[in-house]
Design a protein around this ligand. Sequence first.
Ligand code: IDP
Ligand code: MG
Length: 140
Amino acid sequence: MERTLTILKPDCVKKQLIGAVINQIERAGFRVVAMKKTRLTKETAGEFYAVHRERPFYGELVDFMSSGPCVPMILEKANAVADFRTLIGATDPAEAAEGTVRKLYADSKGENIIHGSDSAENAAVEAGFFFAAEEVVRSN
Ligand code: IDP
Ligand code: MG
């Protein structure tokens, strides 16, 4: 079993797609082991995406991620990190494969509905960013 961290981004919540996307995630075999609705501040969004600090889109990304509520989740599945990246599709929805979450729902490379960790190591760090140990409960 492996874990990954996802965030249903503010555009996903605004478009009332929380249920549709979680349905797609569960149907792909992922189990939700932690979930909450929260809102990042500019400071916490900036910290979460600190690795992108020098990129030209960083300011836009921080503004977007703090623009409204989001839904972070920890997901569990064999090969969770790579399988989840496949499920959500390429960063830019225009390049995402048919049937992927971003291809189905995202408007742009910036507002692209959903986050997925890029490694098991980063997933653990990102999970700790949102969840305390007692909020993480193995499914079955
Ligand atoms: P990922 O979310 O597919 O892992 P990253 O390259 O890690 O993509 O970028 C993090 C987030 O930053 C993206 O999901 C997207 O919201 C935003 N982003 C990335 N590249 C661009 C860009 O060229 N313009 C605007 N926003 C971008
Ligand atoms: Mg990334």
